[in-house]
Design a binder for this molecule. Structure first.
Ligand SMILES: NC(=O)c1ccc[n+]([C@@H]2O[C@H](COP(=O)([O-])OP(=O)(O)OC[C@H]3O[C@@H](n4cnc5c(N)ncnc54)[C@H](O)[C@@H]3O)[C@@H](O)[C@H]2O)c1
Length: 293
């Protein structure tokens, strides 16, 4: 199925249209699932194995999200990628295979996010993992006095509100089965505050705060909510940057290099795995020794 056929909404679509589209593409693929899970009771510990699981990754058509999608797909997980980039979605569908569900969804749009949740649950019967990777920096290299409020709002609408929207759409499906793993992508900028990046830094600080709240709020369930704060992870964007620019970014990192997509995917995989049972509300570090707190 091409991403266009699977589109669950567009910027101007109504909830009704979304619902019709969802029915059209998801009606015949419902998979019943009645497994009872309770990770809080060691005597009845019955965690799902990877191949049974469905993982939703926003912004998963490119960069860090796609690296994790590939990793989870190799474990047999059914990966649902929500992204706004049709070309990248098409590539992702080809590379992840037909088991993957690649949907064109703007995660700042509540109707589209809820229609996507309905579509994925109808196709797989379950949601086990949510990873919020969709994120933008907004305008950078400007001081607070020059920040445009419209740009600030745009960054918060995606990085913070988008992550709450997906949480509200997908987590109820996890709670029904008393099992779930949520990973919100934060950043070292949210812990330290990067000068010239007010909107991005403040939004990632908000993501870390949201993670702490949600971790505590659902700690008495099988849900674990965590964040991950990388410094710089090397992606295709960096291949075209001058060596001096890379050096400027890595000079603050004691390991004196960028992180790799493999290093990101390895840590992210653990955070959303069944093995991650005793950590919630925490912001994991991926900074090559830069943030030791
Ligand atoms: N790459 C790094 O070094 C780094 C460092 C720290 C934090 N992060 C965070 O990790 C996350 C992923 O970063 P990345 O480098 O892979 O970014 P990226 O730009 O490579 O990928 C982001 C993806 O999000 C998608 N997207 C954008 N707006 C969207 C929307 N409204 N709805 C759905 N999808 C949307 C894009 O199309 C893209 O595929 C971001 O939250 C970023 O802030 C990245």
């Amino acid at each position: 199925m091409t991403p266009d056929k699977q589109t669950v909404g567009t910027h101007d679509s109504s909830a009704h249209q979304n619902s019709l589209t969802t029915q059209k593409f998801c009606a015949n693929s419902f998979v019943p699932c009645d497994t009872h899970l309770n990770v809080n009771s060691p005597s009845s510990l019955s965690l799902p194995t990877w191949p049974e699981q469905t993982a939703v990754i926003t912004g998963g058509a490119d960069g860090l999200g796609f690296a994790l999608a590939q990793k989870l797909a190799t474990r047999g997980v059914t990966v649902a990628v929500l992204d706004v980039n049709p070309a990248k979605l098409s590539e992702a569908q080809n590379l992840l295979g037909e088991n993957a569900i690649c949907l064109r969804v703007d995660v700042t749009n509540a109707d589209e996010v809820h229609a996507a949740a309905q579509c994925i649950v109808e196709r797989t019967g379950r949601i086990d993992v949510l990873v919020n990777c969709a994120g933008i920096t907004g305008k950078t290299n400007i001081k607070s006095l020059e920040v445009e409020l419209a740009d600030f709002d745009r960054v918060f609408a995606l990085n913070v509100k988008g992550s709450l929207l997906t949480f509200q759409a997908f987590v109820p499906h996890m709670l029904k089965r008393d099992y779930g793993r949520v990973l919100h992508m934060a950043s070292i900028a949210g812990k330290e505050g990067n000068a010239g990046m007010l909107a991005y830094s403040a939004s990632k600080a908000a993501v870390i705060g949201m993670t702490k709240v949600q971790g505590k709020e659902y700690a008495d369930t099988g849900l674990r909510v965590n964040a991950l704060a990388p410094a710089v992870i090397r992606t295709a964007i960096h291949d075209h940057m001058p060596a001096e620019q890379i050096k400027y970014m890595t000079d603050k990192i004691p390991l004196k290099r960028c992180g790799t997509l493999d290093e990101f995917a390895a840590l992210a995989e653990f955070i959303v795995s069944p093995e991650n049972t005793f950590t919630t509300g925490f912001c994991f570090d991926l900074t090559g020794g830069r943030a030791t707190y």
